[in-house]
Design a binder for this molecule. Structure first.
Ligand code: DSN
Length: 413
């Protein structure tokens, strides 16, 4: 039976596919995977159980599954030019980060991470998350004036708090992360350095963002953001942490690996090893900077004044518009973004002062700087409309006919 025979499920699938083709996807953590990645995710490898690791499984019939996992491991090492140990089994970014904590910390240990409201991730110590509930986190953020990480403040906090582990990496930080500075601080206080490169992994692989390999002890990344693979994650670590990391992933927190996804990770890493991916990484950043320039020219204030990477954080405060309103209006116009807190935000996360935009997905459709100016104009018009329904309908029509000119990898190409 094919999915088309299930009317209800098929309708949802087709409607979402149409939304992805006709809209402009600007959520910086999203992307469009290739047909090859979709095929692997939708493959018969989903039928298999394979608890354990290649060569050491608790189930029979894993001859080809071992090959798939080893292929993903080998390509991951090649892609990041590293001989770190690799575990490709984490289901996603949060489980990967939890596994690291389980591997190298005792409950209650002191850890340092970037605060969620300043650009960090939930698993970097937020009080409602496993990390913040079971470990004693101290948090760092950005300088109030520059909105850039103040490394001397990070060092001061580290010297005072003496964390066992420092987490660097962010989900809403538009600037280069100085892994060398973090590594020096970690060395000074004898902390383990963990880099969560989920947002920027594709940029690192493409050589357009500095690498943490050789500097951080442990590196986690999701595979579905700038890396343009299936939903999932990978952990890299120096050899001395390998056994503990593997045991934390399985049997520590996970059961059977998602072998279909692991095959898709191998496929995505293979794609990222091609020269075109370097161009993709470069263009993603050029596009982000072109979009930022257009928005600034249109009178918007960007956190930190611009961007070095794939994402932009817009402060809507002076427009008298909230993040929630902007997200909803842009959605009406066929442009998908997410509301986001800005550093030192006085508003709540469900209706913050900002929106977060990014260029990984539109760049995958082949758009360049010229198109970023057009997208920037759409965004400015939506914000100026103040949610006026007729105006949003007009913009949506224009967005749809513009978007449809650019094939979506995996759907129309
Ligand atoms: N949800 C991801 C993001 O949007 O950045 C982080 O996990």
């Amino acid at each position: 039976m094919k999915i088309a025979a299930d009317g209800e499920a098929y309708r949802i699938l087709k409607a979402e596919q149409k939304r992805q083709v006709e809209g402009l996807e600007l959520i910086p953590s999203e992307n469009y995977v290739s047909k090859a990645v979709l095929e692997a995710v939708g493959s018969v490898l989903t039928n298999k159980y394979s608890e354990g690791y290649p060569g050491h499984r608790y189930y029979g019939g894993n001859f080809y599954i071992d090959q798939a996992e080893n292929l993903a491991i080998g390509r991951a090492k090649k892609l990041f030019k590293t001989d770190y140990h690799v575990n490709v089994q984490p289901y996603s970014g949060s489980p990967a980060n939890i596994a690291v904590m389980l591997a190298v910390l005792e409950l209650g240990d002191k850890v340092m991470g970037m605060s969620l409201t300043q650009g960090g991730h939930l698993t970097h110590g937020h009080k409602v998350n496993f990390s913040g509930r079971y470990y004693d986190f101290c948090q760092y953020g950005v300088d109030r004036r520059t909105e850039i990480i103040d490394y001397s403040e990070v060092e001061k906090t580290a010297l005072k708090e003496k964390p066992k582990m420092i987490i660097c990496g962010a989900t809403a930080y538009p600037r280069i992360i100085n892994f060398k500075a973090f590594s020096k601080i970690a060395e000074k206080v004898k902390a383990i350095l963990m880099a969560d490169i989920s947002h920027i992994a594709g940029l690192i692989a493409a050589g357009v963002h500095p690498t943490p390999f050789g500097l951080a002890d442990i590196i986690t990344t999701t595979t579905h953001k700038t890396l343009r693979g299936p939903r999932g994650a990978v952990i890299f670590c120096k050899d001395r942490y390998a056994e503990a990391i593997d045991r934390a992933v399985f049997p520590g927190i996970q059961g059977g690996p998602h072998d279909h996804v692991n095959l898709a990770k191998a496929v995505a890493f293979g794609e990222a090893l091609k020269p075109e991916f370097k161009e993709y990484g470069k263009q993603t950043v050029k596009n982000s900077q072109a979009l930022a320039a257009k928005l600034i020219a249109g009178g918007l204030r960007l956190v930190s004044g611009g961007t070095d990477n794939h994402l932009i954080l817009v402060d809507l405060g002076s427009l008298g518009v909230t993040g929630k309103q902007a997200e909803a209006w842009l959605d009406e116009a066929g442009i998908t973004v997410n509301k986001n807190t800005i550093p030192y935000d006085e508003r709540k996360p469900m209706d913050p002062s900002g929106i977060r935009l990014g260029t990984p997905a539109v760049t995958s459709r082949g758009m360049k700087e010229k198109e970023m100016k057009i997208i920037g104009e759409f965004i400015l018009r939506v914000l100026a409309s103040k949610g006026q329904v007729t105006e949003l309908k007009i913009i949506k029509k224009e967005v749809t006919s513009f978007a449809k000119k650019f094939p979506v990898p995996g759907i129309t190409k």
